[in-house]
Design a protein around this ligand. Structure first.
Ligand SMILES: Nc1ncnc2c1ncn2[C@@H]1O[C@H](COP(=O)(O)OP(=O)(O)OP(=O)(O)O)[C@@H](O)[C@H]1O
Length: 498
């Protein structure tokens, strides 16, 4: 039949339209590997390399492909999507628009299934058939790279990551900054029915997200050992997914993840910008939530702030309960230090713990590291822990933790505290209600930053350094004579330092 070439051209045009409509990444993932075997009785046969891809194309793109075909060729009424296999398909190469397209009169011959797991090869490219029709799905952004895939091939451990025995609820110290996240994790762990789904925990580095996730998983396992809980990092999720693609094993991958009672994914920000992993994650997530299975996610930012995440995923992640872990306060740091010192059975003077809680404000991981260092040092040299030895042993860490508080921050905090406008810090107004907070801010700027008096003056509406000196003196006097004023200042200082 002479229509072969025109069918070829039609398919090329349809592919062009699809690419424009769905975008480069989705096109390369799901549509580029498609090829057309022919047309028979008004039905176009489309060949895909895997069953997973067939399911995907049928659910996501079939209607559109059919409509585009009907637009191109009035003869077309339906499409059929079939899985190809190891032998070269009797079709045009998806990437080779010059090849002739055969029109077939027989149903597409579907070659026997390919082995599910070819033996791992060092090379990234999957074994293609005839080197033509199959283009490996792209792995989203550049990080999903051949090297990543290669390293993943070695990793064939259980899908759930091991839980750290130290990360339990019993060992988690609760304070204001983490009380909501802790209560939510406890509720989910002890609930018999799914309450909020997903539970989304977020907070800065080293503030206890992983600890809480593990604690939750331990608790669920303890309450009901039959519940299937999978905990893993988003990074590992991505590697598993890549490996599944690599081995054409995506159905097993899906089944594994979609048959759990509780799915916990840590550090989900890792898949930002990795579009194909996000896509898969999104579907896994939806499938579980639809079946009323519990999903728990952690991240370093709130769902709405996760850049590089697809909008629909971000909004879906925020549907349940979003609980944040705030930076630690002095009290929480001290509480954590005391708990860890007890656990280590170490005899550490309270003033050393207070000193550490005051100085190491970055995160709990560093705080713990500092404690371990001074304990180890004391054991090695056989001397008791003192404030002096602590300062000596930790001098590098302490320097790095010298918080650089800015004058802007001080002005903002003080203005908030006294309920005045930040602009009043710079204004010429002399009313007491404004002038006193301004003096407090100047005083704190002198105490908490390394700025000189003239520099501070400049930041307060170009005031003279003598004005700053006067403010510092005045605040010191008031602190000495008025305990509630002194308390206010102390509170502000702590807030700024935490
Ligand atoms: N409230 C707490 N009580 C006791 N230990 C804590 C607390 N918060 C954090 N930790 C400890 O601090 C360390 C770091 O915590 P974790 O690994 O959970 O942080 P994270 O928020 O997951 O960090 P990252 O963002 O790097 O993944 C752990 O050893 C953890 O046990």
């Amino acid at each position: 039949m002479s229509v072969g070439v025109s069918l070829d051209q039609q398919w090329a045009r349809i592919r062009g339209r699809l690419k424009d409509e769905v975008g480069e990444i989705a096109y390369r993932s799901w549509l580029q590997p498609l090829s057309v075997a022919g047309i028979k009785g008004g039905e176009v046969s489309i060949v895909v390399p895997t069953r997973f891809m067939r399911d995907w194309v049928l659910t996501h793109y079939a209607d559109r492909i059919r409509a585009l075909w009907a637009g191109e060729n009035p003869e077309v009424q339906s499409i059929d999507v079939v899985v190809a296999s190891t032998s070269p398909p009797p079709v045009m190469a998806a990437d080779n628009d010059d090849s002739d397209l055969q029109v077939i009169d027989e149903p597409v011959a579907v070659p026997p299934p390919r082995p599910v797991r070819p033996s791992p090869e060092p090379a990234y490219a999957p074994p293609g058939y005839g080197g033509s029709a199959y283009a490996p799905p792209p792995y989203g952004a550049s990080d999903e790279s051949p090297t990543a895939v290669a390293s993943v091939l070695e990793d064939r451990t259980d899908i759930s990551a091991p839980l750290d025995p130290r990360f339990t609820f019993e060992n988690f110290v609760v304070g204001k900054p983490n009380e909501l996240a802790h209560a939510a994790a406890r509720r989910v762990a002890d609930a018999t029915a799914v309450t909020f789904n997903p539970l989304f925990l977020y907070g800065g580095v080293g503030l206890g997200k992983t600890h809480l996730m593990h604690a939750l998983a331990w608790q669920i396992r303890k309450n009901d050992p039959n519940r299937k809980v999978i905990y893993l990092s988003a990074e590992k999720f991505m590697y598993q997914f890549i490996r599944a693609l690599r081995f054409k094993d995506t159905m097993a991958f899906k089944q594994q993840f979609r048959s759990v009672d509780v799915l916990m994914i840590d550090d989900v920000q890792f898949i930002s910008g990795k579009d194909s992993t996000q896509e898969e994650f999104f579907h896994t997530f939806n499938a579980l939530v639809d079946q009323n299975r519990q999903v728990v996610i952690s991240a370093d930012k709130s769902p709405s702030d996760l850049e590089g995440m697809e909008e629909r995923l971000r909004s879906r992640l925020g549907w349940g309960l979003v609980a944040d872990i705030h930076p630690t306060t002095y009290e929480l740091r001290l509480g954590i230090l005391q708990a860890k010192a007890d656990a280590l059975n170490a005899n550490i003077p309270l003033k050393v713990l207070e000193f550490l809680a005051h100085k190491i404000t970055s995160n709990v991981r560093e705080l713990e590291g500092a404690l371990n260092r001074i304990v180890a040092h004391s054991e090695l040299v056989g001397r008791a822990i003192t404030l002096e030895s602590t300062q000596e042993v930790l001098h590098d860490l302490l320097r790095a933790n010298d918080r650089r508080i800015t004058i802007d921050e001080i002005q903002k905090r003080v203005a908030e505290h006294f309920n005045i406008r930040v602009a009043d810090m710079h204004s010429a107004r002399r009313a007491r209600a404004v002038a006193r907070p301004r003096q407090v801010a100047m005083y704190l700027a002198k105490q908490l930053t390394a700025r000189s008096l003239p520099e501070i003056g400049r930041k307060f509406g170009g005031r003279d350094h003598t004005t700053v000196m006067h403010a510092v003196k005045k605040v010191e006097e008031l602190r000495a004579s008025d305990p509630s004023f002194a308390e206010d200042i102390e509170l502000l200082r702590r807030m700024l330092e935490s």
